[in-house]
Design a protein around this ligand. Sequence first.
Ligand code: SF4
Ligand code: SF4
Length: 442
Amino acid sequence: MPGSNLVRKPLPPVLSTAVRPGYHRLRKRVHLVCFLIFLLLPFFNVVRFDIPRQRFYFAGYELWINEFGIIFFAMMFLMFVIIASSVLYGRVYCGYMCPQMIFSEASTSLQSWLKRKVNKRFSRLPAVRRSLMASTTFYAIAGAASILLAFIFISYFVEPRDLWNRLRVLDLQTAGGIAGATVTLITFLDFTLVRQKFCTSVCPYGYLQGLLGDKNTLLVHYRDEERACIQCKKCVRVCEMGIDIRDSPLQIECIHCGECIDACVDIMARFGREGLIHYTWGESGNLVENEAAWYRKLGLRDAKRVIVLLVTALYLTGLLTALSMRRSVLVQIAPVRATLYRVDPTGIVYNEFRVKIANRGHQPDRVRLSIDGLPGGRMLLTTNPLELAAGAITEARLEIAAPRFTGAQEVNHFRIVADAVTARENDVFEETFLMPPERKLP
Ligand code: SF4
Ligand code: SF4
């Protein structure tokens, strides 16, 4: 105040950066990593529900919809990862990894950054023109980003090359093209208008968290027994969700991002004090950094958490086992028993079988069928080996012919061997060959 006798008291030195939690910086790094993962997953077939081809891509495997076991384990594993993360760490997924939050925050930051830049660079222009310039630039960038993100999002359901071909011809007629245009529009509106309102009004995860959390779940908690709060409201201003964490740690809007923790540490450090907002284990539990045992630091605070993690590990083991047992060439063989057998005038007996082969690999393959353990047996098949293109399925009927051999019974056990040449897979099927009783032979 000019002319005032008041002497501004210098603020105490800021605490060293070593004691600052720095959740903001951590979050932005995690956001970048998650964004790159979101960007790359569909291009490397790590995860995609390919709707037109009816395939589920997981960890590079091309799974067919009928591979129920693997899809079941994959779904259950992903579901338990979400449950475990919610039980242990509350809404940390929302604050650190959710694409909706990453893009909402990026869009808000971009808008304010553009406003600042335009105001600084064109300070001589009237405010209305500066605002128009900033808004036009922002909407143009948001439009381009929406096309890119909609493309990536739909790539989780349609093969990216197929999608790109539709985008190139601006396809607005097929279901894929219409879906692309609709998702782009929704993404644009989400970026520019909805943003974090989505998290508090539409997204079911926040409500689910209310059911999964308990007294030991990670929270962001304001603790001020000494009434040290200086009412600066910096924690409120930095909160992207627009809440005041001092009202309650259990507000459904809180995404446990920790921005308010950083803000309070920053301001209180000027008074040589600790911040008043912390990550804690539940409302009455310890501060995270005060836990001594490593497993409690990680959130393993009771049997419930250990069980949830064990179940998650169980599904992961099931998934890995199912994937390791998976064959890229699936051969199914079944006897046709409508006619038990056929006998020709020379006394040769014939049994009919149905064979179905699916090439679930990425390469064409050849499957050679042979017989083992049936003396004098021959396989009557028009083509052997059978050629299959990648992704092809073939069905055939084949006959196996055998003379009555020494020691032959009415029911004779033998094996059909299927060798997939390219995939280097080998299947052995235990089958039965039926013969008429000896007196009936001609
Ligand atoms: S930032 Fe800290 S000191 Fe400022 S209002 Fe929030 S809790 Fe109080
Ligand atoms: S209250 Fe704090 S932790 Fe919760 S959303 Fe706001 S800034 Fe993030």
